[in-house]
Design a protein around this ligand. Sequence first.
Ligand SMILES: [Zn+2]
Ligand SMILES: [Zn+2]
Length: 293
Amino acid sequence: MRVKMWGVRGSIPSPGPRTVRYGGNTTCIEVRSDEDRLIILDAGTGIFPLAQSLLARLPVEANIFITHTHWDHIQGLPFFVPLHIPGNVVRIHGAFDLITQQGVEHVMNVQLQYSYFPIREAELKAAVEYLTLTVGEPVRVGDATVTPILMNHPVTNLGYRIECNGKALFFTGDHEPWRNIYAPEDPPWAEYQALIEQRQADLDAAIGPVDLLIVDAAYTVAEYPQKIGWGHGTFDTGLELARRTGARRLLCTHHEPTRSDDELERVFAEALARHPDPGCEVMLAYEGLEITL
Ligand SMILES: [Zn+2]
Ligand SMILES: [Zn+2]
């Protein structure tokens, strides 16, 4: 498998001189299976430069897997140029939306309303298929298998485990590890603690050991207390997840949008100093990074 990062920023695009080394586009990851099947994880603004790169090799058969429907993970979707070219096939996979009680097709229908975009969903030129996923049920994409796993975020967020010829990666999307909402002296603390430890153990088992673990590491430990419940992890929770699951390589992404390149490197170095023996290779994701598994 080959992996290329096209968008590594969280929440809102953050272009400019302060983010030029790591990049300002929101989440988008290109995965190529060994037989070159195209899997795209999330459709943040990074999907636009990815789309440009695809135009040299038409027709395109793209399998887009959306982790969740927050803007930073879907806002590039209308600009996925292969949607507007006849002969292409675009399959959009995602979760059932508990709020609207609709499948993933709802995402596109809402985005392509005429008030927001001049092309209507019915006017797309590619053959577009919508596939609403079931948690834990694998989807076959050629020689690769993609399994959606339920994570912890304000809306339903699916992490994806992708396997191909004995290699595996996992992408969390946006994920905040469960935490006990009670103080240790409160009577419900112990019962709640057992519950979240079981959920964490189940998630660790579902992720399993992978060759590449791509995690939401939006915050530092110092920032986290002000961001509880926002649905994101820290560098430290990413490092702990990698150690528990036995990941071979850890890639930290969903960078905080206000963080400059220099600040990002500084807080990353501080996190690594707290984990001097992380048990795997640890990297910061940047636009253009390519990894072969
Ligand atoms: Zn996000
Ligand atoms: Zn989100």
